[in-house]
Design a protein around this ligand. Structure first.
Ligand SMILES: [Zn+2]
Length: 135
């Protein structure tokens, strides 16, 4: 599976997947995935909710869903980004804040779901890029 970029159209707000820079699939606005920074996310495979997409939020803004064992690249400008993942009633998440700076522009994160007694908790943890699945 090729790498996929997850972008939010700055004009119409549609969240889309692109294989590279190209027009928004909804309104045709040219979108560049060539940003100085990126966050790469990989959702660890798990049985629970395997068929369900986890809702992804960046700075409280909905950013689509991430499927089981899916990896996505979010091209982003420099800045500080709070990541949040939800699934159905499970809204507990460790909400990591990622600071993308010239010294640290590319961050890889793995998404886990930790089973809980009342509800499950999502954990996003930063990992070494070499541990990310290579497509
Ligand atoms: Zn658009």
């Amino acid at each position: 599976m090729a790498k996929r970029y997850r972008v939010k159209c700055p004009v119409c707000g549609e969240v889309i997947n692109l294989p590279g820079s190209g027009p928004c699939t909804k309104c045709g606005t040219p979108i560049s995935v060539d940003q100085p920074c990126s966050i790469e996310l990989y959702r660890m495979g798990n049985m629970m909710g395997a068929a369900t997409g986890f809702g992804l939020y960046v700075n409280e803004v909905p950013y689509g869903a991430i499927a089981n064992r899916e990896s996505l690249i979010l091209p982003l400008p420099y800045g500080s980004y709070k990541l949040h993942v939800v699934c159905g009633m499970n809204r507990k998440c460790n909400d990591p804040v990622v600071n993308l700076t010239p010294e640290d522009p590319h961050v890889c994160m793995k998404v886990h779901m930790k089973m809980g007694f009342i509800q499950n908790t999502f954990l996003l943890e930063r990992v070494d890029p070499s541990t990310m699945p290579q497509n």
